[in-house]
Design a protein around this ligand. Sequence first.
Ligand SMILES: *Cc1c(COP(=O)(O)O)cnc(C)c1O
Ligand SMILES: [Zn+2]
Length: 438
Amino acid sequence: MAAQTVASTTDSTVNTTDRTADSPVDLGPAAALSCRECGHRVPLGPVFACEKCFGPLEIAYDFSAYDTEELRKRIEAGPSNIWRYAPLLPVPADVAGKPNINPGWTKLVKADNLARELGVTGGLYVKDDSGNPTHSFKDRVVAQAIEAARAFGFTTLSCSSTGNLAGAVGAAAARAGFRSCVFIPHDLEQGKVVMAAIYGGELVGIEGNYDDVNRFCSELIGDPAGEGWGFVNVNLRPYYAEGSKTLAYEICEQLGWQLPDQLVVPIASGSQLTKIDKGLKELIELGLVEDKPYKIFGAQAEGCSPVSVAYKAGHDVVRPQKPNTIAKSLAIGNPADGPYVLDIARRTGGAVEDVNDEQIVDAIKLLARTEGIFAETAGGVTVGVTRKLIESGVLDPTKTTVVLNTGDGLKTLDAVADTGLTATIRPNLDSFREAGLA
Ligand SMILES: *Cc1c(COP(=O)(O)O)cnc(C)c1O
Ligand SMILES: [Zn+2]
């Protein structure tokens, strides 16, 4: 293991002289990559699959030098973005000074109106990630991948995307001075296409669904044409994935360094859900929160519900589906982290549930009407699933519950195209009265 010291709240320098050949790059407390399946360790690098068993590689940290209270103070004194948690992320200690889009520290909204409507008495919160720079949670993961790309000397950033990731990569690449070339299914919502294109990188539509796009990217990585490219969610995936831990850190810090009892998290590839669990476990191990049980509930759209179907059938493996849903940002038919999501839902006493397109739209409107939050379809999925799980008695309304809204409704306007003007009137009072508005 790479020896490393993180001296105090003020001196955050990593002792690079102690760093062994195990970790030739400086990514802060990240010591190595380790296989989630067999534990095999390799040095930090742009690799994502275990050479022994093909299992996914994850970041292994050395947190041994941290004192709990010093760490807490250092975090609280940090910037109002994800870099307040730099000591727990695979990034250099001076990350906050580098050109990045600095996402995070989004609002945790106490949703009392929604709670009343749903009959939740134990405290209901919406973690609103539409407040990120490109209006989705994806800025968190891209911000990590950018630092890894810098460390490994990549000059082009790429990804396969269901829409939001393309925008996040475009923006981060523009700001950090990388070339970007990203790939999306050709039939995405206009809001996502424009959002991905506006930053000036290359945006390529692929004739196929996300799983086709992903397959294409895997081919490109193995080809000379893709040499020198950092695919944030493929060869940089171990680093990218860690960004989701910041959701767990923020939620707990915003609750006054406490674990919530229940979390409702959307599932696309399942990466976010698994890393939220990892983040919560780290906070417990570091002593930053008191250890108590928490339950993680996964949310999918019925039109792309491979994990939910497997959960309900009691299966450990996830059978791929062909997606057909308005929740396009979650439309991954063959989710890489599906089996791990099943494991976490079962181990924590949570569940995985799905809602149909009509319930998604209803939930978007419910959240907007009660809390003034306009969620994208993925937020409709989590709110809709929360409602469904309360009605079925699976989610306990007397417990503290956090629901994630991971994107902005302005990107998925088509889903709510039936809303609009109450009336059109002539500019006089008679017309106003005639319309029944007085
Ligand atoms: C990508 C995405 C997610 C979750 O993705 P995972 O692949 O499961 O990590 C959730 N919500 C939105 C809006 C997204 O774009
Ligand atoms: Zn392995």
